[in-house]
Design a protein around this ligand. Structure first.
Ligand SMILES: Cc1cc2nc3c(=O)[nH]c(=O)nc-3n(C[C@H](O)[C@H](O)[C@H](O)COP(=O)(O)OP(=O)(O)OC[C@H]3O[C@@H](n4cnc5c(N)ncnc54)[C@H](O)[C@@H]3O)c2cc1C
Length: 499
C-alpha cells in the first residue's frame, strides 16, 4: 500500500466509477488511495441499480481486464424493441453493429459489476478504505488539502497530488467546491424492480409505450427481468404493494398476457438530474454521478461515469508520470460534458415520448418511431448511440472519433499509438513513408502499420479513404490526423501534448 504522504491521486468514493479509476491508475503505476464512507455491502444485499453494461463500456473495461469476467456473469441482450402497447414499432439491433467485439448489451446487476471490479482492484494491489469520509477540502493551493474522518472518529489531514470526487449524486466533493447540479429539468418518478415475468416473447429488451406511460422490460439471468416504468410523483410514506403495482403496469402498458412474480428488489426513484458547472477545480476533479446525473430511462448513467473514469485515467497517469503536459486535463471537462449532454438529450426524449399530452401526439410518436424502424434509422443511428459507440470528442479533421476496436491490432494501453493508414489502396512508396515517420517520431511511440491489413468498412468510416498518419489515444479515440506526406505535423502535435 502507498504511504499516505505519497499519494498521487486520492479517489473519494468506491462505487463503480471510483473503482474503475483506481484500477486504471494502479495498473499504470500511479500511487492511488481510494476511500469510501460506507461499509462493504453485505453478501445478501439485493441492490441492483444499473442493470445494463453497454458495448463501449465493455470495450473500455477490457483495458483493466474485466470485460470477459463480466460477460461470463451476465446475460447478453441482442436488441431493443420498441412497441406501442403490443404493436411492434421498430427494433434497434445491437447484434448487427460492426467494429466492436461486443454486439449485445450486457444485463448484469450493478452489485455484480462492483464485485468483479473490486476483485480486480485487490489483484492490482489496491484496498478500499471503508468507513473513511471526506469532510473538508481546500482546492486553492498547489496540492489540495483534504480532511478525512474515520469511522472511529479520528480526523486525518492529507495533501495528495490530485483528488477525484467519485462520491455519487449527493457528492460531498462537489458541495465542498460550492457546485450544484444544474441544467436538466427532467423530473420523473420511476418504479424499478427485478421480478420474474412469465411469457416474455423474446430475449430482447422491450420498451412499451402506452397512454398510461412507458414500461421497459429487460431480461436478466436467473429467470428475472428488470421492469421499470414512470409513475405519477408520490408523497413519501408507505411502500406500495410491489407485485400488484408491477402487474398493473404490465397489463395497462404492454397489452400482453405477462404475469409478474414477487420482486427480489424494488424501489421508487426520483433522481435530481443535472451537471456540475465545471468538472475541474484546480487539482480536484469530479467524475460519474458526482459530476452529472441523468434520468435512468435508457440505462446510461453508470456507463457515462465509467467512460469518465477511463477518459480521466490516462490523462492523469500521463501527467503524474511526467509524460503529458498538465493542460491535457482541461480536455476532460470539455469532452465528457459534451458526451453527457448529448446522452441527457436522448434520455429526456425517451421520457418525453413516454408522456404524450394527447392521443394525437401518441399517434405521431408511433408513426415517427415506426418510420425510423423502416428506414433503418433505429439501426444506423440509435443502436450505436445507445451503445455509446458513437461518442465523438470532436476536433480538427477526424480527431475525437472512436476507432473501431474489433478491427485494429492491440494498441499501447497507456500511451499514444501512431497508426499508418494506407487508405483505399496502399500508395506507392509506402515503405519509405513508414521509414520517414519512424525517423521523425524518434522511436518514442509504438508505430502500427496497417498497410497489410484488409481495410474494413468501420476502419474506412473512421480514418477515411486517403493515406494518413493517425495518432490514437490510449482510450482508442483519434487524437490527431495528418496526411501521410506530413509526418512533421504529427511530430508538432506530440510536442504540444507531451512534456
Ligand atoms: C434505482 C437506480 C437505478 C439505476 N439504473 C441504472 C441503469 O439501469 N443503468 C445505468 O447506467 N445507471 C443506472 N443508475 C445510475 C447508477 O446507479 C449510477 O450512475 C452509478 O452508481 C454511479 O456510480 P458512481 O460510482 O458515480 O457513484 P455511486 O455508485 O453512487 O458511488 C459513490 C460512492 O461514494 C461514497 N461516498 C459518498 N460520499 C462520500 C464521502 N463524503 N466520503 C467518502 N465516500 C463517499 C458512497 O458511499 C458510494 O459508495 C441507477 C441508479 C439508481 C438509483
Amino acid at each position: 500500500m502507498t504511504p499516505h504522504s505519497e499519494t498521487d491521486v486520492l479517489i473519494v468514493g468506491a462505487g463503480p466509477v471510483g473503482m474503475v479509476l483506481a484500477c486504471e491508475l494502479l495498473q499504470q503505476g500511479v500511487r492511488t488511495r481510494i476511500i469510501d464512507r460506507g461499509e462493504p455491502a453485505a453478501p445478501d444485499d439485493p441492490h441492483s441499480r444499473a442493470i445494463l453494461v453497454l458495448p463501449r463500456t465493455l470495450e473500455l473495461l477490457g483495458r483493466i481486464g474485466v470485460s470477459e469476467g463480466l460477460v461470463a456473469r451476465g446475460r447478453q441482450v441482442p436488441a431493443i424493441r420498441y412497441y406501442s402497447r403490443d404493436r411492434l414499432l421498430g427494433t434497434a439491433h445491437i447484434d448487427r453493429l460492426d467494429g466492436t467485439p461486443f454486439r449485445f448489451v450486457l444485463s448484469l446487476p450493478q452489485r455484480e459489476t462492483e464485485h468483479v471490479l473490486h476483485g480486480r482492484l485487490l489483484e492490482l494491489g489496491g484496498t478500499i478504505e471503508h468507513g473513511v469520509a471526506l469532510e473538508a477540502l481546500d482546492a486553492d493551493g498547489t496540492r489540495p488539502r483534504v480532511r478525512l474522518r474515520h469511522a472511529d472518529g479520528a480526523a486525518e489531514t492529507v495533501t495528495p497530488g490530485w483528488v477525484v470526487g467519485a462520491d455519487g449524486a449527493a457528492s460531498t466533493t462537489r458541495k465542498l467546491l460550492g457546485l450544484r447540479l444544474e441544467g436538466d429539468a427532467t423530473d420523473v418518478t420511476y418504479v424499478i424492480a427485478d421480478v420474474p415475468v412469465s411469457e416474455l416473447p423474446s430475449t430482447d429488451a422491450h420498451y412499451h409505450y402506452s397512454r398510461a406511460g412507458l414500461v421497459a422490460i429487460v431480461p436478466m439471468r436467473n429467470d428475472l427481468c428488470r421492469v421499470a416504468g414512470n409513475l405519477p410523483h408520490r408523497s413519501a410514506g408507505s411502500e406500495p404493494a410491489w407485485r400488484e403495482l408491477i402487474q398493473q403496469m404490465l397489463d395497462q402498458r404492454t397489452g400482453l398476457q405477462l404475469t409478474a412474480g414477487e420482486p427480489t428488489y424494488a424501489r421508487l426513484v426520483r433522481p435530481r438530474c443535472g451537471a456540475a458547472p465545471r468538472f475541474r477545480s484546480g487539482r480536484v476533479l469530479l467524475a460519474g454521478d458526482a459530476a452529472h446525473v441523468i434520468t435512468p430511462a435508457g440505462g446510461q448513467g453508470m456507463n457515462l461515469g465509467i467512460q469518465d473514469a477511463v477518459n480521466l485515467a490516462w490523462k492523469l497517469a500521463g501527467v503524474v508520470r511526467g509524460e503529458l503536459d498538465e493542460s491535457v486535463i482541461d480536455s476532460y471537462d470539455r469532452e465528457r460534458r459534451a458526451a453527457v449532454q448529448r446522452m441527457a438529450r436522448t434520455t429526456a426524449r425517451i421520457v418525453g415520448l413516454a408522456r404524450p399530452r394527447n392521443a394525437l401526439r401518441a399517434a405521431v410518436r408511433d408513426t415517427v418511431v415506426m418510420a425510423a424502424g423502416r428506414t433503418g434509422l433505429l439501426h444506423r443511428a440509435l443502436a450505436p448511440h445507445l451503445s455509446q459507440l458513437d461518442v465523438d470528442y470532436g476536433g480538427a479533421r477526424r480527431a475525437g472519433r472512436r476507432a473501431p476496436a474489433a478491427d485494429l491490432p492491440a494498441l499501447d494501453r497507456d500511451r499514444y499509438t501512431v497508426v499508418l493508414w494506407p487508405g483505399r489502396q496502399v500508395p506507392a512508396g509506402w515503405p519509405a513513408k513508414r521509414a520517414e515517420t519512424q525517423r521523425r517520431l524518434g522511436g518514442r511511440l509504438r508505430i502500427v502499420d496497417l498497410g497489410a491489413l484488409a481495410p474494413s468498412a468501420p476502419l474506412r468510416r473512421c480514418f477515411g479513404h486517403r493515406a494518413r498518419i493517425v495518432v490514437l489515444r490510449p482510450d482508442g479515440h483519434v487524437g490527431h490526423v495528418s496526411p501521410i506526406s506530413r509526418p512533421q505535423e504529427v511530430a508538432a502535435f506530440l510536442r504540444a501534448v507531451m512534456s
